[in-house]
Design a protein around this ligand. Structure first.
Ligand code: PGA
Length: 250
């Protein structure tokens, strides 16, 4: 089954609404006429509405970087799936390693968020990735299998067409050290095999698996040429319209 390439930016805690709107203006020409791929931006919650308004009619998918699994309630500082949609978002990144590391998100919490996003109709970009010690010790294989299983523990009975998985080795995020295309391919083939054992072959072959970690305009094409790399999740290089343009036009 053909998997439509998915190229997403993760702005992290960068850009006000005004800066986001300005980015979209500069970036728009890059996506005009671009076919056969989807382009997305995960923006700060405060910039969702203005980014979505600026991107109207461009086909760029706008989303959040986190969400709460409840519809509403006494959860100070959190935003729900309904709030993301109300602000013009249709996607959310879930379980990014920065959320797992700095905000103590466990697989259990991530699983609830993935289920809430999918049942609310958002594209759910589930992030996974091992650290350097796990890579070097060879433990990464078992670790990623466990993280995938734990993070998908609550999707039973849900439509998985909107599920996207992003493999982001922690040692490659913001470090300038990319996994080689071969290394990423081998790891993502492993993730797809684990997806098949958890959710069946049909889901595994339809689910897009993105690579993230120091993706730049000059390495995007070699990553995208790999059979198990269906897209990229880009941090630093998504902040400037010219570099993200180079990536989406790989
Ligand atoms: P980076 O970040 O591209 O700056 O390495 C990737 C990410 O954290 O999603």
């Amino acid at each position: 089954m053909a998997r439509t390439p998915f190229l997403a930016g993760n702005w992290k805690m960068f850009k006000t609404g005004g800066e986001a709107a300005e980015f979209v203006e500069q970036f728009k020409p890059a996506v005009a006429g671009l076919t056969g791929r989807q382009v997305a931006l995960a923006v700060p919650a405060t910039a969702l509405e203005r980014t979505a308004a600026a991107a109207k009619g461009t086909g760029i998918i706008i989303g959040a970087q986190n969400l709460h699994w409840e519809k509403e309630g006494a959860f100070t500082g959190e935003i729900s799936v309904g709030m993301i949609k109300d602000a013009g978002g249709s996607m959310a990144i879930i379980g990014h390693s920065e959320r797992r590391t700095y905000f103590a998100e466990t697989d259990e919490v991530v699983a609830k968020k993935v289920a809430a996003a999918l049942s609310g109709g958002l594209l759910a970009v589930l992030c996974l990735g091992e650290n350097l010690a796990q890579r070097e010790s060879g433990e990464w294989e078992a670790f990623l299998a466990g993280q995938l299983k734990g993070s998908l523990a609550a999707v039973g009975g849900l439509d998985l067409a909107n599920l996207i998985v992003a493999y982001e080795p922690i040692w490659a995020i913001g470090t300038g050290k990319t996994a080689t295309a071969d290394e990423a391919e081998k790891t993502q083939a492993h993730v797809r095999k684990e997806l098949a054992s958890l959710l069946g072959d049909a889901v595994a072959s339809a689910t897009r698996i993105l690579y993230g970690g120091s993706v730049k305009p000059d390495n995007a094409a070699s990553l995208m040429a790999q059979p198990n790399i269906d897209g990229v999740l880009v941090g630093g290089a998504s902040l400037k319209a010219d570099s993200f343009s180079g990536i989406v036009k790989y």
